[in-house]
Design a protein around this ligand. Structure first.
Ligand code: PLP
Length: 466
């Protein structure tokens, strides 16, 4: 299988191009080494300017759910460009935006009736929070300002979304700016936090009780919303909630007039084998934030789906919708996203992911499960996490200073595999995991190759660490 790593011809128009991050004029994420230049993509593979091929087993960060180079999406983008590239939503609606909204709402959980389109996940979360607040204001519920989210979560990079974020490492530098009105409760993370003598159901009920207790401490009439990912991605590594947890949370929210906002930016749009990840939990939220797989990387796009009950109050209120961005509902982004979602529907890709759920899990368990540093393998569908531990019995994590996940990412990249590293699994600082989120079109051979290369990368990273 390793011959897939062989060089292919480089597109002539681009030519070999290398950029040292220290000397480039781009403000890159890090400095120091040489970044390969991405010049091509086909299926599950990315190709750099020197002809190296990388198996994109994480879709970057769970973005490229259709893989690269999809012609139908490309054609939809070109066709939209031939019609109109941009028309401000303050003046016009546009066809792909209307059709995309219809399609998303049609498959959405009960009560969801509207979609507001933005350019990414952070904007989707910001919009959800602002719509929630507007809903409260229009109803005269002015005391509702507080948001409850969960520790070790990630909800985005902008200051409102970062305020909801519980992951210590991502928040800490910006603490003076994050808003105080967000309180964090325990994540639902059974493998690490369920007591030895506790059932999953009892653990979920315990966490729900903690949430309700926190509501009472704050005063339920001051709480606007609860924000959570159905399957936690970047910060924990594909951790679904235990059975019954979200149902209990929904009931508590209803009891106290608190809105339930689910962040499906990473886990939504088919990634877990369900179009909406919350389907597996049997709950209907008041709002769903989405991005990543919505546009599959063909264009930047995010959305917040809103219940009719909320949309009616906000739209018929005194203020109108008070969250807006220049590029919301961008026609080309919506055309790309509409084509992505049509391919997913027409090719039965959500069912395909669900059908390969057990296969992918078996490949991971057979390939990695016996390794001493692999503590847990979890997830749903094509959204899988591998947690690494220094001691399997005690689940003791590697220290953050060892940077293990990042070293695995680098070793994997060297081996021609793209996987997504994460840290802070143990206490928000220490602990490592690797996320795999391959395109929905990945073959069984490609899934197997991803697992094989990840194993090799773990070996290399462990050997480097001495
Ligand atoms: N919410 C979740 C769960 C995410 O994983 C991310 C990004 O990784 C975001 C929000 C922010 O999305 P974006 O990077 O598109 O702003």
């Amino acid at each position: 299988m390793s011959d897939r790593h062989a060089p292919v011809s480089t597109p002539a128009s681009t030519g070999p191009l290398r950029r040292n991050r220290a000397t480039s004029h781009v403000l890159h994420r890090h400095t120091g080494d040489v970044l390969p230049v991405a010049v091509g993509g086909e299926g599950c593979w990315l190709i750099d300017a020197e002809g190296r091929r990388y198996l994109d087993a994480s879709g970057g960060a769970a973005v490229s759910c259709l893989g690269h180079g999809n012609r139908r999406v490309r054609d939809a983008i070109m066709a939209q460009l031939d019609k109109v590239a941009f028309a401000h939503t303050g003046f016009f609606t546009n066809e792909p935006m209307e059709r995309l909204a219809e399609m998303l709402v049609e498959g959405a959980p009960e009560g969801i009736g509207r979609a507001c389109f933005v350019s990414g996940g952070s904007e989707a979360i910001e919009s959800a929070l602002k719509i929630a607040r507007q809903y409260a204001v229009e109803r005269g519920d002015l005391a509702r300002t507080r948001v409850i989210a969960r520790r070790q979560s990630y909800h985005g990079n902008t200051l409102g979304a970062l305020s909801a974020t519980g992951n210590t490492g991502r928040r800490r530098p910006f603490l003076p700016w994050v808003i105080d009105d967000v309180v964090h409760v325990s994540p639902c993370y059974a493998w690490r936090h369920r007591a030895a003598d506790e059932t999953d159901i009892a653990y979920g009920q315990r966490l729900a009780a903690e949430f309700e207790h926190q509501l009472r401490v704050l005063g339920p009439e001051t709480v606007l919303a609860f924000v959570a990912e159905p399957v936690v991605g970047a910060t924990l590594g594909a951790v679904p909630a235990v059975e019954g947890y979200f149902k209990a949370i929904r009931q508590i929210c209803d009891r106290h007039g608190v809105l339930l906002i689910l962040d499906e930016v990473m886990c939504g749009m088919g990634r877990t084998g369900y179009l909406y990840a919350c389907e597996a939990d049997g709950v209907a939220p008041d709002m769903i934030a989405m991005a990543k797989g919505l546009g599959a990387g063909y264009q930047p796009i995010g959305a917040v789906l809103v219940s009719d009950a909320i949309a009616d109050v906000v739209l018929h209120g005194r203020l109108g919708l008070m969250t807006g961005h220049t590029y919301m509902g961008h026609p080309v982004a919506c055309a790309a996203s509409l084509a992505v979602q049509e391919v997913i529907r027409d090719d039965g890709l959500v069912a395909r992911v669900r059908g390969l759920d057990a296969t992918f899990e078996r490949l991971l368990r057979d390939g990695l499960g016996a390794r001493p540093e692999v503590g847990d393998i979890r997830g749903r569908g094509f959204f899988r996490g591998v947690e690494l531990v220094a001691d399997r019995t005690t689940k003791r994590p590697f220290p953050a200073t060892a940077g293990l996940a990042k070293r695995i990412k680098a070793a994997a990249f060297d081996l021609g595999l793209i996987c997504y590293p994460g840290s802070g699994t143990a206490d928000g600082i220490d602990g490592d995991h690797i996320l795999l989120a391959p395109p929905f079109i990945a073959t069984e051979d490609e899934l197997a190759l991803a697992v094989e290369r990840l194993g090799q990368a773990i070996d290399r990273a462990m050997a480097d660490a001495g």
